[in-house]
Design a protein around this ligand. Structure first.
Ligand code: 6PG
Length: 256
């Protein structure tokens, strides 16, 4: 049963729909390339926060192959939007996934890649160290919020994004940019960007693919109130877009 998209939802964010995941990945890779070129022209650097999970793996592989010779890798700074509290060689590590899919396949200078440290031994310390890592890389004062050119986010079936899970403490974080967030259902900490950091970005793009996300997309885009963490991503002066494939929006009535 299809549902109409509420005007409120569309007012907040732009839905960009593609026929399938291949077309979606190809278009998003082009978008990232174009925005990197523009940022590098304007500011000499492109700052990019990367999502974990399984969906973006194909995007990272596509960037490393189709844009291997086109992206100005040495002028792009790569950060993690969130990370699991495991060693970097653990199968669940986002850094491991992104390194395998992209960093190891393209000419990315290691000094342009900013993984978390100590995430597996001291989540709280790791989160505060990551704030400092961002501050140093952005060359901004310690108490400022770094402004990312581009933040890539995923969406969980429960409406979480990054590691901002429903009912978790980090949802109400208003000061720190990156925190250790206890996630009850995993009985573990996750490191995550907070809304102050996400909402400072110039451009945030959710990458959502597959029929497994149709229910949550229907809930979010037909909601008349904020019920899910992903709905709280509303860049203050930037923009948010949802790059999705048809299966992910199969339960929404979308104007042609
Ligand atoms: C993570 C991600 C998380 C992810 C969603 C969707 O660390 O897992 O940052 O927010 O994007 O859970 O994951 P899938 O792409 O695997 O569905």
């Amino acid at each position: 049963m299809k549902t109409n998209v509420t005007e409120a939802a569309l007012k907040e964010s732009q839905l960009v729909v593609f026929g399938d995941s291949k077309a979606l990945v190809s278009a998003l890779a082009l978008k990232i390339f174009e925005e990197s070129e523009q940022a590098i022209k304007e500011r000499g650097v492109f700052t990019l926060s990367l999502s974990g999970g399984s969906t973006p793996k194909a995007l990272y592989e596509h960037l490393a192959s189709k844009y291997k010779e086109k992206l100005q890798w040495s002028k792009i700074l790569f950060f993690l939007g969130d990370e699991r509290c495991v060693a970097h060689d653990d199968k669940d590590s986002n850094f491991k996934m992104i390194t395998t899919a992209m960093f190891s396949q393209a000419a990315v200078p290691p000094t342009n890649i900013f993984p978390t440290v100590d995430q597996d031994t001291d989540p709280e310390l790791s989160a505060s160290k990551y704030h400092k890592t961002m501050i140093d890389a952005f060359k901004v004062p310690i108490n400022t919020v770094p402004v990312f050119d581009f933040v890539l986010l995923g969406l969980g079936p429960d409406g979480h994004t990054a590691s901002l899970f429903p009912e978790s403490k980090a949802l109400t974080e208003e000061k720190h940019t990156f925190v250790a967030n206890w996630v009850e259902k995993f009985n573990s900490y996750r490191l995550t960007s907070t809304f102050p950091l996400l909402n400072a970005a110039r451009h945030v793009v959710f990458l959502v693919s597959g029929d497994g996300k149709a229910e949550i997309m229907k809930s979010i885009f037909s909601a008349s109130e904020v019920k899910y963490p992903a709905q709280k991503v509303k860049p203050i002066s930037g923009k948010v877009e949802w790059y999705v494939d048809k299966p992910a929006v199969a339960l929404l009535n979308l104007k042609a």
